[in-house]
Unconditional design. Structure first.
Length: 154
């Protein structure tokens, strides 16, 4: 039986925020062949505001991890808004997770697990887990986390 990701999101009780508008000259996502490339997404809340701050200063590792989980919800909203049904996704291929962290903060993989765990909940433990990088850097607008991803379409 084919997976229905839209139903799974509802069953999990997940609330997707609005899809954020582009913050520059780029496409929120691009489909080429069987691949869907999602531009960097930030942790947008349902009210349209963002989770901001530096991990290790403004946010502890659990708060930063929750911000990464919120990025996953933002990304799902962006896909749904600019592409259509999430049911067309075959699998997550690659994730680049960027954490706004202090010089003393080094738990970047732990933080990005917030995103990865939600993707595994929605798409399953195989299709929802792909290759991944997790790094720290300064992020625009002081957002806590930014994540970009590549998905394979059915």
């Amino acid at each position: 039986m084919e997976q229905n990701y839209e139903e799974r999101i509802a069953a999990l009780g997940l609330e997707l925020p609005p899809a954020p508008p582009p913050a520059g000259l780029y496409k929120p996502l691009l489909v080429t062949g069987k691949y869907l490339y999602v531009s960097g997404q930030a942790p947008m809340l349902p009210d349209g505001s963002y989770i901001t701050g530096k991990a290790g200063i403004d946010l502890n590792r659990e708060e930063a991890k929750k911000a990464a989980r919120q990025v996953a919800l933002t990304m799902l909203a962006t896909i749904r808004t600019h592409y259509g049904s999430l049911n067309d996704i075959e699998r997550l291929v690659k994730t680049l997770g960027m954490v706004n962290g202090s010089a003393a903060f080094h738990d970047y993989p732990y933080v990005i697990n917030g995103y990865s765990e939600l993707m595994a909940e929605v798409f399953g433990p195989d299709a929802g887990v792909g290759a991944r990088s997790a790094v720290g850097m300064e992020l625009p607008g002081n957002v806590a986390v930014e994540i970009e991803a590549i998905f394979k379409l059915k």
